[in-house]
Design a protein around this ligand. Structure first.
Ligand SMILES: [Mn+2]
Length: 356
């Protein structure tokens, strides 16, 4: 595995590449071209500029999170073939730049959903949290307002202001959508891009829905073990794989993380590892420190399963707590993610040595 950290680029991130380089545990960077809209082609020049900036800082560009999929592709509207063609051009350019891991998601309207971005813990740190009760009482448009007002002046991918203004339109676009229809559009997309992925050895890594159930009545298809199996079997190509995100897929406590890792053997191309705490009832949770004893997941067992399944892709600490007075994008401060990376590396070293 390669320990990585997500970086939002010089323009958006409070954390610098120099700081990430000094963590020492982290060797790779996960990033994207933030100014690109879904459906646009990424030129080879733009990709190489991004790559050089990272390599100049002594780090390796380990993967893209994300090359976003347009609503036309997700809904199967007449424009989808044009957008897919552009997506393929982007993949080809990434391949030419020697980049082989691409994360994406297939969630309608909301990339991820939280009701609080700074819930205070007893130790004084703050974390992102989700309460189904609050969601049930909320209009989707209000949700965008809540997020916008708590961003510490930053913009989080998936919650861009332009997109927030279009939320009503987006809901109309997905009206009448069910899981089967969304699945059919995912299959169409994957079948179209697989030849380019084969040619350039690009591992597509779909991100699980977050949380892993339907929100605001919108369908969600990358949410259960059964659905993951369906997705793998629908397009049986090793380049059709997943981003194993414990903090998203694990939001549903019925999802057996260890069993799923074994089922996905050879198809996990990227891993996001973090922990969650659940409060009264399953659909109320908050993010925690990475440490197993701080949350519901046994992080050692998760890494052991990834190791035993032969996982060798990029892995990253996921959201961290906001601590030590740091002001940063919620979940994406330097300190707790640095601690998370050290913890994950420590576990991994122990697992590898135990093996020998
Ligand atoms: Mn994730």
């Amino acid at each position: 595995m390669e320990m990585t950290m997500r970086w939002y680029g010089k323009k958006h991130d409070t954390v610098t590449l120099e700081q990430i380089h000094q963590i020492c545990y982290v060797k790779g960077i996960i990033t994207t071209l933030y100014e690109k809209l879904p459906g646009e082609v990424w030129t080879l020049d733009e990709i190489l500029t991004m790559k050089n900036e990272i390599e100049d800082a002594g780090l390796h560009l380990a993967g893209i999170e994300s090359v976003n999929v347009s609503d036309a592709i997700k809904t199967g509207s007449p424009d989808r073939d044009r957008d897919i063609e552009n997506y393929i051009k982007t993949l080809e350019n990434l391949g030419k730049a020697d980049i082989h891991t691409v994360c994406y998601n297939f969630m309608p309207v909301f990339d991820w959903t939280r009701t609080e971005l700074d819930r205070k813990r007893e130790d004084g740190t703050t974390v992102l949290a989700y309460s189904q009760k609050q969601i049930d009482e909320l209009e989707p448009e209000k949700m965008f307002e809540t997020i916008k007002n708590n961003m510490n002046g930053s913009v989080m991918p998936g919650w861009e202001p332009e997109r927030m203004e279009k939320v009503k339109e987006l809901f109309t676009l997905y009206k009448g959508f069910d899981e089967d229809r969304l699945f059919a559009n995912l299959k169409y997309f994957l079948e179209a891009i697989m030849p380019a992925c084969d040619k350039y050895d690009i591992n597509m890594a779909i991100h699980p829905d977050d949380p892993s159930w339907s929100v605001f009545g919108l369908p969600r298809i990358i949410s259960t073990q059964e659905n993951l199996k369906r997705m793998m079997d629908t397009v049986p190509n090793k380049h059709n794989g997943i981003t194993f995100c414990t903090g998203s897929y694990g939001t549903n406590l019925n999802n057996d993380l260890i069993d799923t890792i074994h089922m996905l053997k050879g198809r996990i191309h990227f891993a996001h590892v973090r922990n969650l705490r659940f409060n009264d009832g399953m659909r109320d949770f908050e993010e925690s420190a990475h440490l197993s004893s701080d949350g519901a997941f046994d992080i050692y067992k998760i890494l052991k399963a990834l190791h035993d399944a032969g996982f060798d892709g990029p892995i990253r600490p996921d959201h961290g707590r906001m601590m030590w007075g740091e002001k940063a994008m919620p979940g994406y401060g330097l300190y707790d993610r640095a601690l998370g990376s050290a913890y994950l590396c420590g576990l991994w070293e122990a697992i590898e040595k135990e093996e020998k």
